[in-house]
Design a protein around this ligand. Structure first.
Ligand SMILES: C[S@@+](CC[C@H](N)C(=O)[O-])C[C@H]1O[C@@H](n2cnc3c(N)ncnc32)[C@H](O)[C@@H]1O
Length: 253
C-alpha cells in the first residue's frame, strides 16, 4: 500500500504495519484499512454499536476492525472454528489478545451462521444491533443468501455489510446471490467496491442502506481521494465508488 487510508486510527495503522501479516488469514490489508476508516466515518456520523465477522478464522481482519471501535463496542467472531483443525478458536483468542484486543472487546462464537437467527446473533452481541457485518463464511450461493438475510435483519440504522471474495474466479456464483439480493432489497445498495490485492486477498463489496448512501459517499470522496478509480462501478442503474491501489485507466493510443 502506497499510503494509509486510515491515518485517523493510530492503533489500526500500528496493527496493519506490524501484526496483520503475522496473523494467518485471507483478507487484504488495503481492505482492512478501508473498512477501519469506514468504521470511523460511521462514528463521525453518529452510528455506533458492535460489529461481527462471519468466518473470522484466526482473526486477521477482525482485529484490524476491532482497533477502530469506540470504548464499549465489541467485535463478534462467528465461525465453525473447525477448519483446518479444532485449535483454530484458541488461536483466534490468542491472536486477538496478542494484538491488543482484550476479552472485554471481543466475543467468539462457535456456530454455523446458516442456522443462526437474527435474535441469536444480536444476543451474542450483548443485545445490540450491529453497525458492520463482514460476511466471509461458507462460499456457496445458498449460504451467502442466508448470511445476507441474517446480516440485513441485524443491522443498525446506518449499518454496513461487507462481502468478501466478490468477483473471485473461484466463486463465480456468489455474484448471482448478491445480484438476487440487491434486486429483492431496493433499500440496500452498494456503497463501494474495494479492489483485490491478489487472488487470495480478493475484492470486497460494501453495502449500505439506500438512505445512507449520499451521507457516506460525500465524505468518502475526500477521505479516499487517492484510491478512487475514476470509472466507478455500474450496478445498472446504481453507481458506486471503486477503491483501488491501482487507479490507472487503459491507455488509448
Ligand atoms: C476464508 S476463511 C475466513 C478468513 C478471514 N475472514 C480473513 O479475512 O482472514 C472462511 C472461514 O469461514 C468459516 N465458515 C465456513 N462456513 C461457515 C459457517 N456456515 N458458519 C460460520 N463460519 C463458517 C470457516 O470455518 C473459515 O474459518
Amino acid at each position: 500500500m502506497t499510503a494509509d487510508p486510515s491515518p485517523a486510527h493510530p492503533a489500526v495503522s500500528a496493527y496493519l504495519e506490524d501484526g496483520y501479516d503475522r496473523v494467518p488469514g485471507m483478507s487484504s490489508r488495503f481492505a482492512a484499512a478501508i473498512c477501519a476508516r469506514l468504521l470511523r466515518l460511521q462514528t463521525e456520523q453518529g452510528v455506533s454499536g458492535p460489529i461481527a465477522e462471519i468466518g473470522a478464522f484466526e482473526g486477521r481482519f477482525l482485529i484490524a476492525l476491532a482497533h477502530a471501535l469506540e470504548p464499549g463496542e465489541v467485535a463478534l467472531a462467528v465461525d465453525l472454528f473447525e477448519w483446518p483443525d479444532a485449535g483454530v478458536q484458541e488461536r483466534f483468542e490468542a491472536n486477538a489478545a496478542r494484538h491488543g484486543i482484550g476479552p472485554e472487546r471481543r466475543v467468539s462464537v462457535k456456530a454455523d451462521s446458516g442456522t443462526m437467527t437474527p435474535a441469536d446473533l444480536i444476543a451474542h452481541a450483548r443485545g445490540e444491533r450491529l453497525r458492520l457485518i463482514h460476511i466471509d463464511g461458507e462460499h456457496s450461493r445458498a449460504a451467502l443468501a442466508k448470511d445476507l438475510a441474517l446480516a440485513t435483519a441485524c443491522l443498525v440504522e446506518g449499518g454496513l455489510i461487507v462481502l468478501d471474495d466478490m468477483l473471485h474466479p473461484g466463486y463465480p456464483t456468489l455474484m448471482v446471490a448478491v445480484q438476487h439480493f440487491l434486486d429483492a432489497h431496493p433499500d440496500i445498495v452498494p456503497l463501494c467496491l474495494i479492489d483485490r490485492e491478489s487472488v487470495v486477498a480478493a475484492t470486497k463489496f460494501v453495502l449500505c442502506q439506500r438512505q445512507w448512501f449520499e451521507r457516506y459517499q460525500a465524505p468518502m470522496l475526500t477521505i479516499f481521494e487517492s484510491w478512487i478509480w475514476p470509472m466507478g462501478a455500474n450496478f445498472e442503474p446504481h453507481w458506486c465508488l471503486v477503491l483501488s491501489q491501482d487507479t490507472r485507466l487503459a491507455e488509448i493510443r
